[in-house]
Design a protein around this ligand. Structure first.
Ligand code: ZN
Length: 378
């Protein structure tokens, strides 16, 4: 059985469960509405409450280590390594919340003050979490995924303060989705190599805090890394010698495109202009439309969490010219609740799009290799 078949079955089940738990969470969220969130915008309040319910749901026995992180994507990696010995508190759990726009609450500070470990994305993605972790009396260990990734050029670190300042300045009046800090793509959670490094770092830190379970953390990290290795093999097969070009309205999954062997041909002008308040100029937008109309791009990638008029236009053109669109996410979409399933779903969506057949069928020729890799890591 291929890894895709297994994932499909799982995904179907999660969809049903996700709906059930989704409803349950809404109930809890309403009950948990607290005064400390009153100053926040309505759109952001549910996340603070969810992080609260998350910590309540896994009651601390006094034995468990509390870890805090910004998004459920990172949270699931801590959970995979820490298992039942760790309580993971997550700020952004809601698929409708753009993590870039998240504004920390008093509850976040309280949660961080109780944490031994704080995992941040870094690179300007969730600077609030780093600031809070440095501000509390009970200093947690901070793991910074961007720093660990080794993907960020050294010279871009120097400019970070300046960019952070710009970010802060814009926050209050601008809801644009700011990604860029120089040319660096900070979405390192789509870097499978980085996920492995983070799992290792989390295992080390948990073992430091809780030496009794050192072997468990190491084994869990090893299992997780084995699954990522299998995913990397699967990913390679998507673009495998097929010369696939993609147009992406945002740089979100750049690292995974590299793993899949899909070339990103998004014009630099589009990338730069899309990050400005003015948006993409008519000329650049027309050039982009041509890329889709001529099918120079064989797949269109949009961020499902930040759809706007421009991306909707491009989706419409892609639809009319028969170019498949793949939606990507920065936190788990409905029905997905762990990192491996998140990456598998994303890779699977691309396989379906570019092969124009269900992934299980299109990858069938290579399924023996996938199955052996997958089973060797179980
Ligand atoms: Zn983003």
């Amino acid at each position: 059985m291929s890894i895709f078949t297994q994932t499909y079955n799982k995904t179907l089940r999660y969809t049903t469960l996700g709906k059930f738990f989704g409803l349950a969470t809404v109930g809890l969220t309403t009950l948990a509405l607290t005064a400390c969130n009153q100053s926040n915008q309505t759109a952001q309040a549910p996340n603070a409450e969810k992080s609260e319910t998350a910590s309540v749901a896994t009651t601390n026995t006094g034995e468990k280590i509390t870890a805090y992180t910004s998004t459920n994507v990172w949270g699931s990696i801590i959970q995979a390594v820490g298992g039942e010995n760790v309580d993971v508190v997550i700020a952004v759990n809601d698929a409708s919340q753009d993590p870039h726009d998240y504004q920390a609450t008093a509850q976040d500070k309280l949660n961080i003050s109780k944490a031994k470990l704080v995992l941040v994305n870094g690179g300007g993605y969730d600077d609030w979490a780093t600031s809070l972790a440095k501000s509390v009396d009970n200093k947690p260990v901070i793991i910074n995924a961007v720093d660990l990734s080794g993907l960020k050029p050294a010279d871009e670190h120097e400019h970070e303060d300046k960019h952070e300042h710009e970010h802060e300045h814009k926050k209050d009046h601008d809801h644009a989705h700011h990604h860029h800090h120089g040319d660096f793509n900070e979405h390192v959670f789509f870097s499978l190599d980085t996920a492995k490094k983070v799992a290792e770092a989390v295992a080390n830190q948990l073992a430091n805090s809780d030496p009794t379970h050192k072997a468990t953390y190491e084994q869990n990290a090893k299992d997780f890394i084995g699954k990522i290795n299998a995913l990397q093999t699967t990913a390679k097969m998507v673009g495998n010698g097929k010369n696939i070009n993609a147009f992406a309205t945002e740089p979100v999954i750049g690292y995974l495109l590299d793993d899949m062997g899909i070339k990103n041909i998004t014009p630099t002008a589009y990338i730069e202009q899309s990050e400005t308040d003015a948006g993409v100029s008519v000329k650049v937008l027309n050039d982009t439309k041509t890329l889709l109309q001529n099918k120079q791009a064989q797949v269109l990638i949009v961020n499902a969490q930040t759809e706007d008029a421009t991306s909707k236009q491009l989706v419409e053109i892609a639809k009319n010219t028969g170019v498949p669109t793949v939606s990507v996410y920065e936190t788990f979409p409905t029905g997905v609740n762990n990192y491996i399933d998140f990456m598998t779903k994303t890779i699977d969506d691309f396989a379906k799009a570019v092969h124009n057949t269900p992934a299980t069928a299109s990858i069938a020729t290579a399924s023996t290799a996938i199955a052996s890799t997958a089973s060797s890591t179980k």
